[in-house]
Every structure is written in structure tokens, then in C-alpha cells.
Design a protein around this ligand. Structure first.
Ligand SMILES: [Zn+2]
Length: 453
């Protein structure tokens, strides 16, 4: 079973919205109460409260605070779980300690199982029933695929005053067309590389295609910059000084929120278009295992290239390397194809000459946009060269590397999907966080002086 997230926009009427806002307020209250509980126990008794203890408090809590009794018990548990996750991240040194959340910043709540709600849709539009609030809300939107919905998260965007229903949906897995890697059909393989100068470079054995970055992100960014400058000049609210927001501030705030949301929509739209187009043409995708987290790390303290690194990070994040990879993977998988992730460290696609296989470590430097092989004279632009290497590795035509894919330890999408069965569950979310903290910093491929060049 594959799990997808599908989001619809909700259109509550006035009475329904009042109930939604009340539920959101109550969940925010519970969230803050859980934090207060933990803080108090730690301060007073040096005792750290566990999730289970807090969860077991819930029935008594509901008896004491009858205004919470109407909310779905599993949804309340999920909110308690959010506090637990925030604390776990803090204990692992990934985040700052959890803070009390203002209602203004509280996004919503989750129904972590199939009870308490019902989605009435087959693919397009429809409605959703929330049993604990006793309402049926109209929703609009279209899911790419629909199956058995398993969890529901209600999301509120305060700046835009919009409501969303975000479902996780179980979709029956498509059986891969290609049984094992030794039987790869070579006719429609594409190797792709994500880069900062050209967003995506693809190579299918004969042609190199380059897809450039969308211009609109920069345009929208300029608008956002201007709008937020105007926002700063208006009277912002300050609750400590008891200053209310001016009407102009509220207007400007809404404008910024709208622009930010526009930037997100534009980016997602572009990502979907580009990845759908590639996935429609090829059955097998090849790329390298990306480490976006390491790539977008902050520059070291005192580094002269701090600004440069910040700019690079921005362009990596604005295209969304991770999302592009994920989208391509699932879109190829959906049609029964295969995605192969090559281990960067062993293959070294950006340092290897696609023609003779010689590795030139000086090619690793990002400023080296064009590669001229000192060993065989092969001349190729950087991104195109690395896609050629990846393509050659999969088709077993790359000189200087072993012919067995398995010996390289590459990940294929089929081996990966078998591992992630419960994507999106609270348990898994916790595991992901744990993995992140355990991962030790890998030494990057340091550019060294090139002996041959
Ligand atoms: Zn060469």
C-alpha cells in the first residue's frame, strides 16, 4: 500500500466556521496545558512527564473541564502527541524547547484514525463530516488518486482565513513492471540531476535536456519583499504594551500572507508540471541519493563565503530538491516504473568522466561549470556530464566502475517502498526524527587540488 496526502479546501458556512474556530481554540488550549504540565513537573519535582502519562490524564481532564468533552478523544490524543513530538525533538537537540503557542499561530488538529469523521468524495469535491462537531462541511479540490482515507488533519491558515482538510489516503500499490534490476528494459531510462544553475538536467542516452529555474519565484519574491517592508512600517500589535494592530497593518499582513501562499502555489504547480512531464516519458529514473539537509547547512562560523552559501541554500530550497525527487519517484512508481538512487560516494557522478571513467576531484567544486577531461579530452558541461555517468552506470556502460548495481548498494524504489508501510503515522514520524538526530555528519567531498589538471 502506498500512502499519499491529498488536500481539499473547506468551505464552511458561518455557523460551521464558528464551531471550527472553537475546536481549534480548545485544541490550542490543550496543547498549552500539556506544555504547562510538563514545565511545572520539571520545575517542581525534576520529573519529566511522558506521553502516556499525559494521555492517561485525558479522561480525568475531560471530566474536570466539561467544555472539552465534546471533542473526539483520538483527536485530543493527537494534540497531546504533538507536544510529545516537540519535546522529543528538543531532547534530541534538534529544536529549541517547545513554547506556548498563541492561538494566532495554532494550525489545527488531527484525527489519527478512521473514526470520528467521514470523507464524502470519490476524487473531486464533496464534503467531510466531523462527528464531534456535528457538522458536514463542503469541500472543493481534486485528488490525483483516491483510495481509503486513513487520517484527517484540519488546517487553518490564519493570514488567509482559509480552512483545509488534509487526508492521508491508502492507494493500492502498482506492481512493478520490472521484476529485478538485472532485467531492466533499456528503452526508456532517464538520468536526472538537480542543480542550482539549471533546475533539472536529464539525459536519456542520446539527448541532454535542461530545464531552467522558473522566473516567477524571483518575481514573487520581489513582491513579497516590498509588501513585507510596507508591513513593517505599519503599527504592529504588541500585546505586552497593549497596542492594537492598526487597520492598515491588518491589510498589509493579509497582503503578505497572500503573496507567500501564491509563491507556494506557483512552486508546487511548477514542480508538478515538470515532474509529470518527465514521469510520463520514462519508465526508469536514475538519480543520486541527495542529502539536501547537508547541502543546505549554514556556512561555518567565520566563513568568508557565508553570503554565497546563504544564496545557494535559498536557490536549493526554493526549487525544492527534496520535493522534486519525491514527486518524480512516486509518479514513476504509480505507472509501474522504477526509481534508482545511486550512492553518490561510490559513483561520484560529478567527478567522473563519462567517457573514460577517470575521477577528477577538482571537478567537485561547484564553480567548475564545464569539465574538460585531462585524460581523454572529453568536453562536457558539468550537469550534463554527471547525468551521463549515472545513465551509463545503470546501463552498465560506465568505464571505471563495476558492472553490478547491487554491489554499489544503490536503492531502488521497490526496495524502499517495502520498508515504509505506515508513512505518516505518529510512530513513524517519531522514528524519522530519531534517525535524523542519529545521523552523524558525513564529511563532504572536499575539493582538493587536482593532480591531473
Ligand atoms: Zn575522460
Amino acid at each position: 500500500m502506498a500512502v499519499r496526502r491529498q488536500t481539499f479546501r473547506l468551505y464552511p458556512n458561518k455557523g460551521q466556521e464558528a464551531k471550527l474556530l472553537q475546536a481549534r481554540r480548545d485544541h490550542a488550549y490543550l496543547y498549552n496545558a500539556c506544555i504547562a504540565h510538563r514545565k511545572y513537573e520539571w520545575k517542581a519535582n525534576r520529573k519529566s512527564v511522558s506521553y502516556l502519562e499525559q494521555q492517561n490524564c485525558l479522561p480525568a481532564y475531560k471530566k474536570e473541564w466539561v467544555e472539552f468533552a465534546y471533542l473526539h478523544s483520538q483527536a485530543l490524543q493527537a494534540t497531546v502527541k504533538r507536544v510529545d513530538l516537540a519535546y522529543n525533538a528538543f531532547f534530541q537537540g534538534l529544536r529549541k524547547p517547545p513554547k506556548f503557542k498563541s492561538i494566532r499561530k495554532f494550525s489545527g488538529w488531527t484525527y489519527p484514525a478512521t473514526s470520528g469523521w467521514k470523507a464524502n468524495t470519490s476524487l473531486k469535491h464533496g464534503s467531510v463530516n466531523l462527528n464531534d462537531l456535528g457538522i458536514k462541511i463542503k469541500m472543493r479540490g481534486q485528488a490525483k488518486q483516491w483510495g481509503k482515507p486513513t487520517t484527517l488533519t484540519i488546517v487553518y491558515k490564519p493570514g488567509l482565513k482559509q480552512w483545509f482538510a488534509s487526508f492521508t489516503v491508502e492507494i493500492p500499490e502498482v506492481i512493478a513492471k520490472f521484476g529485478s534490476q538485472s532485467e531492466l528494459a533499456y528503452n526508456s531510462i532517464v538520468a536526472f540531476d538537480l542543480g542550482c544553475e539549471t533546475a533539472i538536467t536529464t539525459y536519456n542516452g542520446t539527448d541532454v535536456e535542461q530545464i531552467s529555474h522558473p522566473r516567477f519565484t524571483q518575481k514573487t519574491e520581489a513582491k513579497i519583499k516590498k509588501a513585507s517592508k510596507e508591513l513593517r512600517r505599519k503599527q504592529a500589535p504588541n500585546r505586552n504594551k497593549k497596542i492594537k494592530a492598526s487597520r492598515r497593518w491588518k491589510k498589509a499582513n493579509k497582503r503578505v500572507a497572500k503573496l507567500l501562499s501564491l509563491a507556494g502555489t506557483q512552486r508546487r504547480d511548477w514542480q508538478h508540471k515538470v515532474t509529470s512531464e518527465i514521469a510520463s516519458r520514462y519508465d526508469i529514473g536514475v538519480t543520486e541519493q541527495l542529502n539536501t539537509r547537508g547541502m543546505t547547512k549554514k556556512a561555518k562560523k567565520g566563513s568568508k563565503r557565508k553570503k554565497q552559501k546563504a544564496g545557494l541554500n535559498k536557490s536549493i530550497l526554493s526549487v525544492g530538491f527534496g520535493t522534486l525527487n519525491k514527486m518524480l519517484t512516486y509518479k514513476i512508481e504509480v505507472k509501474g516504473g522504477l526509481m534508482i538512487m545511486l550512492p553518490t560516494k561510490d559513483v561520484k557522478p560529478s567527478q567522473r568522466c563519462p567517457k573514460c571513467g577517470a575521477v577528477h576531484s577538482c571537478w567537485a567544486e561547484l564553480s567548475n561549470r564545464h569539465h574538460l577531461c585531462p585524460s581523454c579530452g572529453f568536453d562536457v558541461p558539468r550537469d550534463a556530464g554527471s547525468t551521463m555517468v549515472m545513465y551509463n552506470v545503470v546501463t552498465k556502460a560506465q568505464p571505471g566502475l563495476g558492472t553490478s548495481l547491487d554491489s554499489l548498494g544503490c536503492l531502488s524504489s521497490t526496495s524502499r517502498t517495502s520498508k515504509r508501510k505506515n508513512t505518516g503515522s505518529m510512530k513513524q514520524l517519531g522514528q524519522v526524527r530519531r534517525q535524523k538526530s542519529n545521523r552523524t555528519a558525513e564529511p563532504g567531498e572536499t575539493p582538493s587540488a587536482c593532480a591531473a589538471g
